[in-house]
Ligand binder design. Sequence first.
Ligand code: 3H9
Length: 682
Amino acid sequence: MPTDTIAINNVVALGRDGEIAIVTIDSPPVNALSADVRDGLAGAFAAIGSNAGVKAVVLVCAGRTFIAGADISEFGKAPRGASLHAVMDNMEGGRVPVVAAIHGTALGGGLEVALTCHYRVSDAKAKFGLPEVKLGLLPGAGGTQRLPRIVGAKKALEMVTSGAQMGAKDALASGLVDAIVDGDLTAGAVAFARQVVAEGRPLKRVRDDNSRLGGDAASLAPVFAAFRAANARAFKGFDAPEANIKCIEAAVALPFEDGMKVERAEFIKLMGGLQSTAQRHVFFAERQAAKIDGLDPKAELLPVKSVGIIGAGTMGGGIAMNFLSVGIPVTIVETKQDALDRGVATIRRNYENSAKKGRFSMEEVEARMARLTPTLALEDLGQADLIIEAVFENMDIKKQIFGRLDTIAKPGAILASNTSYLNVDEIAASTSRPESVVGMHFFSPANVMRLLEVVRGAKTAPNVLATAMATGKAIGKIGVVSGVCHGFIGNRMLGARQEQANKLILEGARPADVDRVLTEFGFPMGPFQMADLAGLDIGWSADTSKGVTVRDRLCEAGLRGQKNSHGFYDYDEARNRTPSPVAEKIILDYAAEKGINRREIDDAEILERCLYPMVNEGAKILAEGMAQRASDIDIVWINGYGWPVYRGGPMFWAEHDAGRARIAASLERMGMAVSPKLVEGW
Ligand code: 3H9
């Protein structure tokens, strides 16, 4: 047991267990390497250096995890406290062995600190990773030079460019940890340190051992080339992956110290760039979104142990999968047996496809399917804790369903609508318990997309809202609270973009131009590709079509989008697309009929007209209090609509890249009313 523990400062303590010194970091929530932690470590290792009685050191963390990385909130601010590199050099170059004792997640700078220790032990659940790439960065404390010297260049490449974590078992097999400790971690690490001392083992410095790199620059050149080629699409637009690759190349090609210089230079470049600022903004924005203004964070949540879903179509089925996958039983309701059978078959097929790809076993498919109860009777939802209505967008039908649910659902059950546009308050008013009604707007495909808009009705009870958000988290979604307005946050802004896109193709741009400009900006697809994918006939019917919009006319001409291989584009069997001449003629005829003079429209105008009105709509949403904060809007667009994460979301982009004043001026030129919020800022 440690004795004589002294506080080096408020977050680092130094204790002794015989000849073993124990340095403990206790800096909640995640022991990030803040200035205080660095100062504490500097102080502790200085004290150890001058104490001849210490034969080895154990470095351990209190709380839920080992060091989770540099303190991201310090980035971009004036430097304070001891330099991390100096602290690490001191540990690595010291006279006694240092053993890192790891639990939770050793991430980023945390893993880098561990890699400067001479030995590493962990518990069986520990995880290891260098996730800096997700922040638009690279491991800047030697990680790119040390990791490949343990796990090899190839594995290191994968880890630094994906940020993926490695479990303890793999870490042991690859030499990232020297032992896995059962029982008390500190005690196990101390025993390990004693053994190192007793056996007179060397001070293993990762930097000095090139034997596991897996080859030299020449022999590994094809590995780097193949890796770049295989990932070109995934890395497109991002600066950080290539910088990470260059550093691993340097680890292979150069002596350690020179590799460190490359790492430093690349790190500084990334840190000063807008992409990393944007990605760090997104990191904090994601966590911020979970916080609901004016709501006690400890508000008691309602239990969600069983779920009812109304509608077994694409949305209903996708929503059901989220719950089945995490072990929550679902009763799914349809009005017709064949629709029900189709919905259940689709869920099974999706699961089986995942199993075939090796994501989980066929037994797991059966286990998930066993949690699903299909039924034609709404009455079967009487015992569900949460009921989600996912039928098509028709207010009358939704009201009718909620009216019936009111008589069926047990008291206290949450009644949610997956509506993507409609007034949740009006839906709630069709029940006698509007406090139990909330919007839960999923995005298609609902089992994949991370975004969940949680729509807070005027009467939604705080614990209903909090439970909807917590339920989203439990099924792996990022919940964002929206107020009640047409289309909520995401679709309302999308509407502003679509309106301009539709005008642009009449005024002279081609759909393919609009799509190209937006994909070059970083969206995975443009508005017309998206329309084709969703189906041009959504909400359209041959019986009621008046032929008044371009869409009506496309549908009337039999163009339905990808589903029948003809839409704004024609699709071949491999889904390769070429602009449709039929669609083009319909657009040209329509423009002529409306007397629109077509003109050359350049890329800059396309981008401005698609994105600026969207930002303006976002500003209105903020001014009306429909979104809690600008960063919530960014999270909606990144996770629901494919806004490129390295551009930080529309509101971040407006503030830090395009410029609010420039957007406002341009909107005025377009003759659009500028939201005062856009001018005054958020
Ligand atoms: C780096 O290390 C650079 C070096 O290579 C180079 C240096 C020269 N800093 O996620 P949670 C906060 S870059 C500051 O909800 P969980 C977070 O904001 C870093 N704050 O918990 C939240 O605050 P709040 C590389 C941080 O249990 C609270 O902690 N490392 C940091 O779901 C709880 O977070 C990473 O990128 C941080 N590093 O997940 C790891 N981390 O309560 C980033 C967290 O006020 N972190 N916070 O909202 C994570 O991935 C997760 O937080 C973790 C815990 C898995 C650790």
